[in-house]
Ligand binder design. Structure first.
Ligand SMILES: Cc1cc2nc3c(=O)[nH]c(=O)nc-3n(C[C@H](O)[C@H](O)[C@H](O)COP(=O)(O)OP(=O)(O)OC[C@H]3O[C@@H](n4cnc5c(N)ncnc54)[C@H](O)[C@@H]3O)c2cc1C
Length: 388
């Protein structure tokens, strides 16, 4: 795509930068930050419809906002699941009532969402979900029962969109529905944080024990959940990919500086690896610019995901390598029985192990590319999902 910023885009960028400089530094907790963003109208820029408290922006302005955000000291977003996954899904498949009930609080940063897809027996093979939603005899509510896992931010979220089986005895992608479930149901929903090797808990196991979901909060109608769930996964991440690359460039810059400080840069193998990271990052940027806005290029999100997941993992390994023996040492007060704060490199190295799993594993991306881009014969079981 011919990608250039107009004068209006640059004015928009300047406004974004100025606002972020005035508000992001020392931002309070993440929930308050979401409200601050919402009040100023920065949530929902990319929604195809205005009028829910969001302002709309052109594609290039969205890129400018995302880039400025990545350059600023603003905290990571906790409202992105509602803003970037659920909202476009509601705009495509929701009723007018659902849109006017759920979109304004997302735009205001008031209600946070989590994604209830994966289960212990259903990850890449999402059609294996076993969570059930049974309609109450009076008919106003479903009762949701089952277990989800790896549910990011479930411990903070107000709502969860849940893929559940509404047709008893149905198999695979038939008989599923996409339900909007309020999380504040003590005794009926429990989110248990999973502690990761980074020491932090970003995701959870979520247990539903007869949790209630209103019948009118089924998106797309009963039994149409697979279509809605797949459509949600199809929303491209073109704009956020460019912002992510700015974050990657900053991380690479820190690794290069450390290599100079520790002397690791004198090793020709390390130099070669650093240059390769730089070159690959440039390639990813051109690829993102090429595919941005070209809605529907088959396999494009899978190619982008496959490129960045491996790249980021290799950067984590390189960060450890340039640090030398120091890389594996904790702070002086470390003791084996107590958690300790990882520094940024250690955190990047450990967390990046997940990069090739979430959002669809590398193996699944390769299968999608093989089938949809290269036109190779399909795998016998074709219900996999690139998600989460
Ligand atoms: C940090 C993080 C956050 C996440 N957040 C969420 C969330 O918010 N909501 C949510 O619903 N889920 C979330 N997930 C779950 C994520 O979507 C799943 O982990 C992912 O889909 C893989 O499923 P699985 O873990 O069950 O692995 P499995 O599907 O069991 O796969 C295990 C291994 O087998 C390989 N494999 C599986 N099938 C095939 C195949 N057909 N061909 C070749 N190889 C195959 C996989 O690539 C993988 O290496 C998150 C995961 C992580 C790591």
């Amino acid at each position: 795509m011919d990608f250039g910023f107009t004068v209006e885009d640059e004015t928009f960028r300047a406004e974004a930068r100025e606002w972020l400089a005035a508000h992001a530094d020392g931002a309070p907790d993440r929930r308050t930050w979401e409200r601050t963003l919402g009040k100023a109208g920065w949530i929902g820029l990319g929604w195809p419809e205005p009028g829910y408290g969001n302002r709309t922006a052109t594609l290039t302005q969205q890129v400018a906002w995302a880039e400025e955000y990545a350059r600023s000291s603003a905290p990571p977003r906790s409202g992105h699941i509602g803003e970037n996954l659920l909202a476009p899904t509601l705009l495509a498949h929701g009723t007018d009532d659902q849109k006017s009930r759920f979109l304004p609080p997302i735009a205001a940063g008031e209600e946070l969402w989590c994604q209830g897809y994966s289960e212990p027996g259903a990850g890449s093979d999402l059609a294996g979900v076993r969570t059930t939603a049974v309609r109450e005899p009076q008919g106003a509510y479903y009762r949701v029962t089952g277990q989800k896992i790896w549910t990011s931010l479930a411990h903070e979220a107000d709502w969860c969109f849940v893929l559940a089986r509404t047709e008893p005895g149905s198999r695979r992608h038939h008989g599923l529905s996409f339900l909007l479930v309020p999380m504040d149901q003590p005794g009926r929903i429990e989110a248990r944080p999973i502690r990761q090797m980074t020491g932090t808990s970003d995701f959870n196991e979520v247990f539903f024990d007869g949790a209630r979901a209103r019948v009118e909060d089924v998106v797309g109608g009963e039994g149409d959940g697979w279509r809605v769930a797949m459509s949600l996964l199809g929303f491209e991440r073109g704009v956020s990919t460019l912002a992510q690359q700015i974050g990657f460039a900053q991380e690479l810059g820190r690794v290069v500086r450390t290599a100079v400080e520790t002397g690791a840069v004198r090793d020709p193998v390390v130099r070669e690896r650093l240059v390769r990271q730089w070159a690959e990052l440039r390639t990813m940027r051109w690829n993102a610019l090429r595919t941005l806005g070209s809605s529907g290029e088959p396999g494009a999100p899978s190619v982008a995901k496959l490129l960045w997941s491996g790249w980021h993992q290799r950067l984590g390994e390189l960060a450890m390598q340039v640090r030398g023996a120091q890389a594996v040492v904790g702070p002086s007060h470390w003791s084996p029985s107590a958690p300790y704060e990882l520094d940024a490199f250690q955190h990047m190295f450990l967390f990046s192990r997940a990069d090739t799993i979430y959002g669809g594993s590398d193996q699944i991306q390769r299968t999608i590319i093989a089938e949809r881009v290269l036109g190779l014969p399909r795998e016998p079981k074709a219900d996999r999902a690139d998600k989460g």
